[in-house]
Ligand binder design. Sequence first.
Ligand SMILES: [Zn+2]
Length: 253
Amino acid sequence: MLSLFRHWRERRILGRHPIAEGDWRQTLAGTSALRRLSASEQARLRVLATFLLHEKSVEPVQGLELTGAMRARLAALACLPVLNLGLRWYRDWHSIVLYPDLFMPRREYTDAAGVVHRGHRVLEGEAWQRGPVILSWAGVAETGTPPGHNVVIHELAHKLDMLNGEPNGFPPLHGRMSRRAWSCSLAAAYRALEARVRQGYPPPLDPYALENPGEFFAVASEAFFETPRSLRDFDPELYRQLTLFYKQQPLAN
Ligand SMILES: [Zn+2]
């Protein structure tokens, strides 16, 4: 009975708030990470994106005008990491705040040296523990530039990581995954990236990943969806652990 009710409710949402065909086609055309999906995965992503837009509030600020195509693109990118996990992985937050451009939060933060700053840091995205996801539309629009860059996936990877506390590169793993294999793999890849940067080689991942293990997981997630081949070439075991966590094989299609 419950599932009957759920299906009825879901059909009603899909019927009343569909993503327009043109907006969806534009979204797929403009995003290589989405073009890589099979036709049936794209269809499931569209359903998930419709539910996301129904469940979460997208709040444009500073005069940003949001079109249907922008909402479709944002929702599709946001749903890509949970395509095979489901929206319940986004259960602890309710809104996406969208700035037109890079933004500067007006509040204090403490840097690595313990110095407190007041809003001097310009951001492209931010995820608050149990709070909103904050993004700049300019960042969303520039997905894939440079290759591997995807601010939406980055911030939502932090959200997944925060499901079990502080973002530390250790999201809740699935039952059959080994916690040891996960942490050994991420730590080894972290050290390998560090060595490449130190030796002056072109880094296979954005060196921002070296800020801390939480940022490493978020940056590796961006690469997993945006540039999976180069991520796998850099570190096949890291790639494999991410396929287990996201339950996706970006290189299979
Ligand atoms: Zn981050």
